[in-house]
Design a protein around this ligand. Structure first.
Ligand code: F6P
Length: 355
């Protein structure tokens, strides 16, 4: 017979800065306020399947009194980002039982939270979700762990690229992550001073981009430009590529670069940078640490209140619970093409695609 409540915690899906900050928050609050045991499940559902768990105690998180988990990126628990988990449902449910968990907190994006939601309903777990993703596409929450740091990382890259672009009169085309959504590209593009932002939610035209670049050059004496492309951007409306080819073999960003060179009425020097997983690394920003800490604390309180099937969400400056089922029904959340950020970008003279 266990004397204490045993809380499990896992991180699932692509990593991002701030996951360790959530773990720290959960361990601190569960231990200090409720006196529970917290067990870290390594590599998400793989840990459950293999019946592995690591005890997470306050003193184990300290390094001579310094708490590194507040600020180191990635996840000390490891994570998985593959979709074959549901082929092992019975073993995972058996693992949860064998580890004698009373409740589980899962930190994930919409894909991994969908899998965990299915498992929790089949296993009748007490389960609370915490949203994280650099893609910013989990519905019903205004903030999610990892996004702010990724935006800052991209803006830092855009600052650097702007100086070298200006020195050589070049057009720099920068591909950013975001999967099927354009939040990262839109936020970082506005904050980083982009001239063109191309996102999956808004169709765009290569001749219009070329005209925009020519106007910058002729009217504003701007001989360089920064173009931010979301990795999920579709081929342009006026593509020379076969309309059935949704993804050009060279990749969407190189394709756009080639099309701009082909279509421009004056010689144009173009370079492509794909930021890739740099966007997922680094130490979490102050804002992500704050959100991660508040989410971890709120998730523990929901477990204490006997709640399940809920996700902690940021709403109007507060953390509140929302139904995980409702969140998943509306995720992944795209950029609103008529939203205030797209309008703001256009008012700054940024080309964001067709109106
Ligand atoms: O969902 C986060 C994300 O970084 C996406 O923006 C990107 O498309 C994907 O994960 C990359 O996944 P992986 O790390 O498996 O290559």
């Amino acid at each position: 017979m266990k004397a204490q409540k045993r809380l499990g915690i896992l991180t699932s899906g692509g990593d991002c800065p701030g996951l360790n900050t959530v773990i720290r928050s959960v361990v601190s609050h569960a231990t200090l306020s409720y006196g529970w045991e917290v067990w870290g499940i390594p590599y998400a559902t793989t840990g459950l399947l293999e019946q592995k768990a690591i005890p997470l105690a306050m003193h184990g998180l300290d390094l001579h009194g310094i708490d590194p988990l507040l600020c180191i990126g990635g996840t000390i628990l490891g994570s998985i980002n593959k979709g074959d988990t549901l082929a092992h449902v019975d073993e995972i449910l058996a693992g949860y039982q064998a580890l004698e968990l009373d409740a589980l907190i899962g930190i994930g994006g919409d894909g991994s939270l969908g899998i965990l939601n299915q498992l929790q309903s089949q296993g009748n777990w007490q389960f609370i979700a915490i949203p994280k993703t650099i893609d910013n596409d989990v519905a019903l929450t205004e903030r999610m762990v990892g996004f702010d740091t990724a935006v800052n990382t991209i803006v830092d890259a855009l600052n650097r690229l702007t100086f070298t672009a200006a020195s050589h009169d070049r057009v720099m085309i920068v591909e950013v992550m975001g999967r099927t959504a354009g939040h990262l590209a839109l936020h970082a593009g506005i904050a980083g001073g982009a001239d063109v932002i191309l996102i999956p939610e808004i169709p765009y035209s290569i001749p219009e981009i070329c005209q925009h670049l020519a106007e910058l050059r002729d009217r504003n004496w701007r001989r360089f430009a920064i173009i931010v492309v979301a990795e999920g951007a579709h081929i342009p409306l006026d593509s020379s590529c076969n309309p059935s080819c949704e993804k050009p073999a060279c990749g969407i960003t190189q394709y756009i670069a080639d099309e701009i060179k082909r279509c421009s009425t004056y010689p144009i020097d173009v370079r492509v940078s794909v930021l890739g997983h740099i966007q997922r690394g680094g130490i979490p920003s102050a804002s992500d640490r704050l959100v991660a800490t508040a989410f971890g604390k709120a998730a523990v309180d929901l477990v204490a209140a006997g709640q399940s099937g809920l996700m902690v969400a940021w709403h109007n400056g507060r953390v509140m619970p929302v139904s995980l089922g409702r969140v998943l029904a509306k995720s992944p959340l795209p950029v609103d093409p008529n939203g205030f950020l797209v309008e703001t970008a256009r008012c700054m003279g940024i080309y964001v695609g067709k109106k």
